[in-house]
Design a protein. Structure first.
Length: 424
């Protein structure tokens, strides 16, 4: 292919719809066209839209349709079609494409995520990639001594997959259990060669220096490990049979004026102010805020539904919602995403923002949503005499959570009474 203005050959590897060699030729061609009064030529169509390969042709058409529906830019659509051309051009119709091929074969300018999205919609994507958590388990356990590596790896994969009597555990659970147990295993490896040689005394000695949640998580991880090993016949006796984790008393105090001022100073953007307002007024959890949709809002009647619990919309959340929705409409006017909080990535699809979105906006800057949420529930509990039923109705909390907040509120009220009596 050559430049339509100067005739210079285009470099190899250029996009298939490229018409000019550089922006200078593009501008000159547009100038002379307007000067001669010639109407603009129709936008060039990607060759894949008229390909002889029916699978490629239908995939390119679906990518164009998906781009129009989700508000993709023309450049993003063309890049996605380039990637589809690479993986489907020499493939028989109906044969699925492996995820590894999408990640390794498509051009660098094409988005593997968008290409995979198009193929998945057409049932042409075969997921042959290993989960990252499995690679993590293989890598981390390989660093352990030989006598422990195989048993610990089997335990982690058993937690991940589950069985007929145990549900699969989350990735976070694996990270926490292994992170707490790894130092203990490395210390035991100095005097023990295998997991079956660990005794009750070894476990008790290893836990002596641990306190609080670190000790509780370590006990939970060790019990899970040795229970798995005993069930699979890897050890003769379980040294954690009589081991129990102590209950940790939760102590929650109302936020100080300095903490409130710090939150006000950090939360300055409309998105940040909205997140803080939902947590401070409606005690909304981070997950509920991320999954809040436009259908959950009734702005004229001042109503909002958070995690399925309908309630009256407070004045502060109402104002911050209006401010954020104005900015949202200005930046992404054609997004198909129905979630209230969106970013540049989620605006092209229909899913919620990731957990990292809230961390980047608030947590990494020192604002803890759970702290704000707990303060809101506590302030609701103090004036009503720590009534757990009232808290359950207002915030749709479980009976366990409401009982805990009620206990904390009673302790605070008793402390205030004792302090007042002492001052008299």
């Amino acid at each position: 292919m050559s430049c339509v203005h100067c005739g210079k050959p285009l470099p190899e590897g250029s996009r298939r719809d490229r018409a000019h060699c550089d922006n200078k030729c593009r501008g000159l061609a547009s100038y002379y066209r307007r000067k001669a009064g010639v109407p603009p030529s129709p936008r060039r169509q990607h060759p894949a839209l008229t390909s002889d390969n029916p699978a490629l042709r239908s995939a390119a058409a679906h990518a164009k349709q998906l781009g129009e529906t989700n508000g993709w830019s023309p450049s993003l659509v063309l890049c996605a079609i380039d990637g589809l051309t690479t993986v489907l051009e020499d493939r028989p119709p109906g044969e699925p494409v492996r995820v590894t091929d999408v990640r390794t074969r498509i051009p660098r300018h094409a988005s593997s995520y968008r290409v995979a999205e198009v193929l998945a919609d057409l049932d042409l994507l075969a997921d042959d990639s290993a989960l990252a958590i499995r690679s993590w388990a293989d890598h981390r356990t390989s660093e352990l001594p030989v006598g422990f590596a195989g048993d610990v790896r089997a335990w982690l994969l058993g937690l991940l997959d589950g069985d007929s009597r145990a549900r699969p555990r989350s990735h976070t659970c694996l990270y926490v259990y292994f992170g707490c147990g790894r130092p203990l295993l490395e210390n035991w490896a100095a005097t023990r060669g295998y997991l079956r040689e660990i005794t009750v005394a070894d476990v008790t000695t290893a836990l002596v220096t641990l306190r609080g949640w670190q000790r509780r998580n370590a006990i939970a991880g060790l019990r899970s490990l040795f229970r798995f090993a005993k069930k699979r016949g890897l050890i003769f006796a379980n040294p954690t049979t009589r081991l129990k984790a102590e209950e940790i008393e939760r102590n929650l105090l109302p936020m100080t004026d300095a903490e409130v001022l710090a939150v006000e100073r950090i939360a300055v953007t409309p998105a940040q102010r909205l997140i803080v307002a939902l947590a401070a007024v409606h005690a909304a959890r981070a997950t509920a805020i991320r999954h809040l949709t436009l259908d959950d809002l009734d702005l004229p009647d001042r109503r909002i539904s958070i995690a399925g619990h309908a309630q009256r919309l407070g004045e502060l959340p109402h104002q911050t919602l209006l401010s954020w929705l104005d900015e949202r409409r200005t930046i992404w006017p054609k997004t198909p995403n129905r979630h209230v909080l969106i970013n540049a990535k989620s605006a092209l699809g229909t899913g919620p923002v990731g957990a990292e979105y809230l961390k980047r906006h608030l947590l990494h800057q020192g604002v803890y949503l759970e702290r704000i949420r707990g303060d809101r529930v506590l302030h609701e509990a103090l004036p009503i005499g720590a009534d757990p039923l009232h808290l359950a109705l207002v915030f749709s909390l479980s009976h366990t959570t409401t009982s805990r907040y009620a206990t904390i509120a009673r302790n605070l009220l008793d402390g205030q009474i004792e302090q007042a009596a002492g001052s008299e």
